[in-house]
Design a protein around this ligand. Structure first.
Ligand code: HEC
Ligand code: HEC
Ligand code: HEC
Length: 412
């Protein structure tokens, strides 16, 4: 494919007057093709469910409608359920991570504390109707409930919820945590103190080396980045701190990774697809050059303002079979435990991306992290260059303005 032609076309084409905060239309970009491998396919080693019956970030009207507040299903009191089966179900991690993810109960391992402790829920005086309906769909009580609608979204059948209610009713004891590690209120918070830039500690530094090498390497048309920008250390000392930027040609926010794909196509006739090793390497290198510099996205122009507002709103959209919004985990849940994972707030999320993940032995760019947070709650992900991810990336980056880049990062 001859991207160069498109690039020259873009160069020669009509030059829009861009606001300072936007990407200048004189920067060569290929703007016709997707920036990822098409058709987009989820990674083979990720959960493979198809959750197209539920909301996604770009299709937020798909999930079944929630019940009106106060509209409870009638169930026969007392309900008939098998408490032994219920005990297994609350611990079944294949069913949306289990109830232990958020509620402490007897025999839980690494319980989370996003929801209340249930050691003695059986003596709270809740009716069976209340317990059944809360589990079936908590939005009948609280439209903003953080808990998934287990019954309404088909994770548990009616009989299984009866079994769970029967088990919860047996929990009348004092109950306590076996030790301070099991107690999410005393469990030590993870501290990441590995040195990002130490090649022996952070395999992410291999990405930086690859990026630096590719910067010098000639593309399909014989040109390299270095041919056109021969002093990257000076020229790009702060560039990465200004991204993402709104691009008028694409009519969306453009992050560093997508910029690399589209700019390399236009200037080198070379295809560094988003989330390829090469793309991530170059994206790391461009941020590495800005390490220590404070993030400084400029949101002053109207297009970026609008994207920022969209990004904030997207953070509140409930998606997936488990029906979570970003804010459920990263605002309401921030600094609490969801099972063994300590949830972070939005501050500090951006400066270390792309990040090496020791648990997966891979370097992830920010878009891959956003895709994963969707798949983990059973929401179909969007392709990496989706405009919605650009809006969210802008929102998160603006929240990190002033924090210094420290790339590549390393995390669990
Ligand atoms: C993501 C966290 C999360 C998970 C997972 C979760 N819950 Fe909850 N749950 C909550 C929160 C938070 C509340 C508090 C009320 C609210 O948000 O509306 C709650 C409330 C409840 C209540 C109502 C308690 C009361 O005051 O009457 C019940 C019952 C309940 N959960 C049962 C379950 C069961 C059973 C499971 C597993 C099938 C489960 N929860 C999994 C977060 C969670
Ligand atoms: C054929 C020449 C050419 C090649 C090859 C080239 N660029 Fe560029 N680049 C340009 C031009 C022209 C501009 C716009 C004017 C300027 O900012 O210098 C630009 C702008 C940029 C910018 C600044 C964008 C902004 O926000 O203003 C960055 C960063 C950049 N290039 C990085 C790279 C990288 C990384 C590569 C290799 C993957 C590369 N360039 C390859 C010509 C080139
Ligand atoms: C069910 C809970 C849950 C939801 C919902 C969720 N995430 Fe996450 N997210 C996690 C967990 C767990 C981690 C890893 C621990 C941490 O850093 O918080 C994480 C990590 C992240 C990180 C990396 C943080 C870092 O510093 O490395 C980003 C960025 C992120 N999430 C963004 C989002 C966005 C944006 C959304 C909404 C589209 C979202 N998440 C929805 C659970 C969630």
């Amino acid at each position: 494919m001859h991207y160069l032609r498109l690039g020259l076309f873009a160069l020669a084409g009509f030059v829009f007057p861009a606001h300072a905060a936007e990407l200048s239309s004189s920067v060569p970009l290929e703007v016709e093709q997707p920036a990822y491998q098409t058709p987009w396919q989820r990674y083979g080693n990720w959960p493979q469910g198809d959750w197209s019956g539920y909301n996604t970030l770009n299709n937020p009207q798909t999930s079944p409608a929630p019940p009106p507040v106060g509209k409870l299903q009638a169930v026969q009191e007392p309900i008939t359920g098998d408490a032994d089966k219920g005990k297994k179900l609350v611990a079944d991690r294949k069913r949306g991570g289990s109830c232990f993810a958020c509620h402490a109960m007897p025999d839980a391992s690494l319980a989370g504390n996003v929801g209340p402790e249930f050691f003695n829920i059986g003596s709270w005086g809740r009716s069976d109707t209340h317990l059944y309906n809360y589990i079936y769909d908590p939005r009948a009580f609280n439209p903003d409930a953080v808990m998934p609608p287990w019954g309404a979204h088909g994770v548990f059948s009616q009989q299984e919820i009866f079994d769970i209610v029967a088990y919860l009713k047996t929990l009348t004891g004092e109950g306590s945590y076996p030790d301070s590690m099991e107690n999410p209120f005393t469990r030590p918070v993870p501290v990441e103190n590995r040195d990002n830039l130490d090649v022996f500690e952070n395999p992410g530094m291999m990405g930086e080396e690859l990026g630096q090498t590719l910067y010098q390497k000639a593309g399909e048309n014989g040109k390299s980045c270095a041919d056109c920008h021969d002093k990257p250390v000076q020229q790009f000392k702060t560039w990465a701190t200004t991204m993402p930027k709104f691009d008028l040609r694409l009519n969306k926010m453009l992050g560093i990774e997508e910029f690399v794909t589209r700019h390399a196509r236009a200037t080198m006739d070379t295809d560094y697809l988003m989330q390829s090793e090469q793309n991530t390497g170059l994206a790391i290198y461009l941020r590495y050059l800005a390490n220590g510099e404070p993030i400084a996205v400029d949101t002053s122009d109207p297009n970026t303002q609008a994207a920022l507002a969209r990004g904030e709103a997207l953070g509140k959209v409930k998606i997936g079979q488990l029906n979570f919004a970003c804010v459920d985990c990263h605002e309401f849940g921030a600094e609490r435990w969801i099972r063994g994972q300590y949830l972070s707030g939005v501050e500090g999320m951006i400066p270390h991306f792309p990040t090496y993940r020791t648990s997966r032995a891979e370097i992830w760019d920010i878009r891959k992290r956003l895709q994963w947070c969707g798949v983990a709650i059973r929401a179909n992900e969007l392709p990496p260059d989706a405009a919605e991810y650009g809006d969210i990336e802008l929102y998160l980056t603006a929240k990190n303005n002033g924090k210094s880049f420290d790339v590549p990062g390393i995390r669990h």
